[in-house]
Write a protein that binds this ligand. Structure first.
Ligand code: GAR
Length: 207
């Protein structure tokens, strides 16, 4: 059966992208194939990771595209040209419009570094999420993979994993533990689950 064609959207270092590429390399993404990486930030290290893995990498910035609408139009064209069927947001730190997410209903997943509905929504990204968890004083945090809809971090939850917070944690040590124990495990697993679901839908449509 043809594999689900995946695009990964990134903005930064790309450790979650690396987890996906490594999982595919180990045969742990049997239903999907990573075909494209798109960064909305010039020079993001994630682009180098894609190139090293032999995956096509593109940079599309809002600035170069003349704003959000132009960015999404260019993105849509790039995705269509490569027949992409699933978008994985892996540290993509820009919010997609409701129109775009509606067009890709149940075809975009995102990893968020907290247990949604805590510490999520507009303004909660990267290290900031962990700073807020420490400030609040919660003793357990984690990561969530969810479908993307018009509400930032508001789509249906696919997978979640809890991670303990230790008394000596800083935002940086906590971020690292959440990545190691939760994000890098959950994202490849969710990508496989959704890729398999899309494959099954295609098979059903053909029958
Ligand atoms: C990750 O912790 C990811 O969960 C988070 O940004 C980091 C990116 O790291 N995403 C969000 O906060 C989305 N709201 P990476 O570039 O090394 O994967």
């Amino acid at each position: 059966m043809e594999k689900t064609r995946i695009a990964v959207l990134v903005s930064g270092g790309g450790t979650n992208l690396q987890a996906l590429l490594d999982a595919e390399g180990r045969g742990e993404l049997p239903s999907g194939s990573i075909r494209l990486v798109v960064s909305n930030v010039k020079g993001a290290y994630a682009l180098t990771r894609a190139e090293t893995a032999g995956v096509e990498a593109l940079t599309l910035t809002k600035k170069a595209c003349g704003g959000q609408a132009g960015f999404e139009e260019a993105l849509q064209k790039a995705l269509e040209a490569r027949k992409i069927e699933l978008i994985v947001l892996a540290g993509f730190l820009s919010i997609l419009s409701g129109d775009f997410s509606a067009r890709w209903d149940k075809r975009i997943i995102n990893i968020h570094p907290s247990l949604i509905p805590s510490f999520c929504g507009k303004g909660y990204y990267g290290l900031k999420v962990h700073e807020e968890a420490l400030r609040y004083g919660v003793k357990v945090t984690g990561a969530t993979v969810h479908y993307v809809n018009e509400v930032p971090d508001g789509g249906q939850i696919i997978l979640q994993k809890a991670v303990d917070i230790l008394p000596e944690d800083t935002a940086e040590t906590l971020q690292r533990r959440v990545m190691e124990q939760a994000e890098w495990v959950l994202l490849p697993r969710a990508a496989e689950l959704v890729s398999a679901r899309i494959q099954n839908e295609k098979a059903g449509n053909k029958a």
